[in-house]
Design a protein around this ligand. Structure first.
Ligand code: PGA
Length: 255
């Protein structure tokens, strides 16, 4: 069985390089004995370089976005190749907070292709804004997956992680509501079916993880009952002890 994975999404935090180093060092120290869980920290671009200099064999670094091409006249963009060259190995793509700023499935598709070509593991975020009685949310996630993974070969499938993040459950969403492990599990089953229809039932399925206000109280429930291979905590990853607690829960289940 492959290892479960915990990916911390720091979002646009913390405010200074000093605080970023401190948080990363604290996490690195706490996770130094972890054996059965893969750990990734996705930090803001400008901190990545200095974080790679902090010695840890347990944490891989990731970015929270990247451009779809490697080099060229694209003012303000950061390419996946650049990220790889400074030591990042993962990149979150299509996060709902970026989709809210106008990112389309088509653009995310280009970014996924660019990330794969540069050797980064894309963590593709999918999820509906709200749930409706007619279960339209299943179609929304299906379209996100089909369009974001358009033209991706089935051999690349195992190099991708899909993060199911219902937007209504993310900690910063107005009128946030907690999702249940059951909400998650039924979506994971659905995502697996969408992937099997797209790539063939025999193709290795990407890891599917859950994100949306994951905390020390419910991490175990999602890992146990949510049918996922890992978690993507945002707010909880900004506190080294809370993040470690989540890693510990995962480690205990990984037996
Ligand atoms: P949250 O963030 O854990 O703070 O809800 C998760 C995410 O948006 O990736």
């Amino acid at each position: 069985m492959s290892k479960k994975i915990i990916i911390g999404n720091w979002k646009m935090n913390p405010l200074t390089p000093k605080d970023a180093e401190k948080l990363f060092k604290n996490i690195a120290e706490l996770v130094s004995r972890v054996k059965k869980t893969d750990i990734v920290i996705c930090a803001p671009f400008i901190y990545l370089d200095r974080l790679t200099k902090i010695r840890t064999s347990k944490i891989k670094l990731g970015a929270q976005d990247s451009f779809g091409l490697d080099t060229g006249p694209f003012t303000g963009e950061i390419s996946p190749e650049m990220l790889y060259n400074i030591g990042a190995r993962y990149v979150i793509l299509g996060h709902s907070e970026r989709r809210a700023m106008g990112e389309t499935n088509e653009l995310i598709n280009k970014k996924i292709k660019g990330a794969l070509a540069s050797g980064l593991v894309p963590v593709l975020c999918v999820g509906e804004n709200q749930r409706d009685e007619n279960h339209e949310y299943f179609n929304i996630v299906k379209t996100q997956i089909n369009e974001c993974l358009d033209g991706i070969s089935k051999n690349s499938n195992s190099k991708i992680i899909i993060a199911y993040e219902p937007v209504w459950a993310i900690s910063t969403t107005l009128n946030q509501k907690d999702a249940t492990p059951m909400d998650c599990e039924e979506m994971v089953i659905f995502i697996k079916k969408v992937l099997a229809d797209k790539f063939g039932a025999k193709t290795e399925c990407p890891k599917i993880i859950y994100g949306g206000s994951v905390n020390t109280k419910d991490a175990g429930d999602f890992l146990n009952g949510g049918g996922v291979d890992g978690l993507l905590p945002g707010r909880a990853s900004l506190n080294a002890n809370k993040f470690m607690e989540i890693v510990k829960i995962c480690e205990a289940l990984n037996k």
